[in-house]
Design a protein around this ligand. Sequence first.
Ligand SMILES: C[S@@+](CC[C@H](N)C(=O)[O-])C[C@H]1O[C@@H](n2cnc3c(N)ncnc32)[C@H](O)[C@@H]1O
Length: 228
Amino acid sequence: MTIEKIFNKEPKAVQAMFNLIADKYDFLNKVMSFGTQKYIKYRSIKNLNIKPDAKVIDLCCGTGDLTRIIKQIEPDADVTGIDFSEKMLEIALSKNKNNQIEYLQGDVTNLPYPDNTFDFAVMGFGLRNIQNAEKAVEEIYRILKPSGCFMHLDFGKHNFLSKIFDITTPILSRIFTKNYSAYSYLIKSKQIFPEPDDLIRDFENKGFKLKGRKDFLFGVISSQIMIK
Ligand SMILES: C[S@@+](CC[C@H](N)C(=O)[O-])C[C@H]1O[C@@H](n2cnc3c(N)ncnc32)[C@H](O)[C@@H]1O
């Protein structure tokens, strides 16, 4: 894994990077978000109003935070998580009580599902890491049923508060991990990621319509709800 390959978002390098940081990922997320991330994820899923028996997929599920929140809010939903990092998935599986969530290893730019399969697709902090993000959005559109719903959650506005994260994250990653380069990549990817207004336009260009948007922490984190 070279730094340049990670910065170019080469899938193999990104996969290797997440394998490397998997064991500290949940802990560092909690620290770096100053404890806010779980609440933000919970509110973002709650806003979706997921019904019992809905088929839901969490793309780039990582250690499975969003999948577990979906089950907590709607225990009768049929929930799948997909990610290409086996180490992140190992942690998701270790938290999978009663095997109630299905996890599979795969690439979200090439989803192993027929068209019109899911009622909901969610993605948290994933798109930013995908080299061919356009293809991923096309795949999400394809696997959603007509009127299906896509919730995208990630960093939002590049404002003053956002810059504080840019300063604190490298410091915290130096204190708590040996993977400083991985966390400097994460900050870089956040800084060049489109702001929500631009992202919504990109989603609309792929056929989605905006249903709603919720900003957290003065817009530093944002979720967009898009309808097929
Ligand atoms: C920052 S983590 C987010 C994890 C989780 N969604 C969360 O909110 O904590 C990004 C995840 O995206 C995954 N990922 C990146 N590119 C991917 C791709 N093309 N296909 C599948 N997973 C991918 C990584 O393995 C990693 O687990």
